[in-house]
Design a protein around this ligand. Sequence first.
Ligand SMILES: [Zn+2]
Length: 260
Amino acid sequence: MPIQSVQAIILRKDDFRDTSFLLNCYTDRLGKIKGIIKGVKGYPFKYGSPLEIMTLNALVVYERHRSDLGLIGQVDLMDDFGGVRRDPKKTAFGAYFVEIVDRFTAFGDPHPDIFHLLRNALRALRETQRYVFLTHVFEVRLLKSLGILPHVNRCGGCMGYDVEPVTFDVAKGNVYCHTCSSPVYNGIATTRHACSGIQAITDGAMEGDFSVALLERLYERSGENRDAVRMIRRFIDYHLDFPLKSIPVIRQFYREGVET
Ligand SMILES: [Zn+2]
């Protein structure tokens, strides 16, 4: 039974039998893991962590042969991203971040960049109220890490780099110029600005710039950047086999006029 010490963000927590929990965690070195933690119900202070989703913990995991289910032997809270949980809007967006990572990643496929991306996004959520653009930057970088970011720098038909993109195909993740647009069934309108905006977010280090300056820059040109936000949201929705639980709560905040 190999023993691993990892840093882990809890993505999902389910009851298991009478006294235990099953946790899905995204770790720095092992990627996504599923672990059972025994005998904790009714003993909230047995470990130095509330074992809640959206917390960063140091875990000791006992990996078991012929099983994807590890045994978690020790949990120490490193960061609860304080303030996120006390604000219903921040909680809603944080719940979306961990749910989408859980849904789009597989067990046994380590991506340290996704761990850092999620941790940095939760830290940024603590500091900012630009929820829509923080979420957009997070989504674009996550899709890039997963290797499924739409191709927005050239037309998917004629493969031209210098043509004006007018349609985005949410099924294929391609943009099309005016000449190539007619056969696109799952198309929504796009612009050169939206495409170059998405491209710009992925430039540079994947460690992720969630700085106030970047989010303010996107916010200042909200009108133009809204097309890019819509393209990525529609692309993600299209590629989910069933909807995320956290999405209706976020949509409600959008309707109530959440600050973008
Ligand atoms: Zn074309």
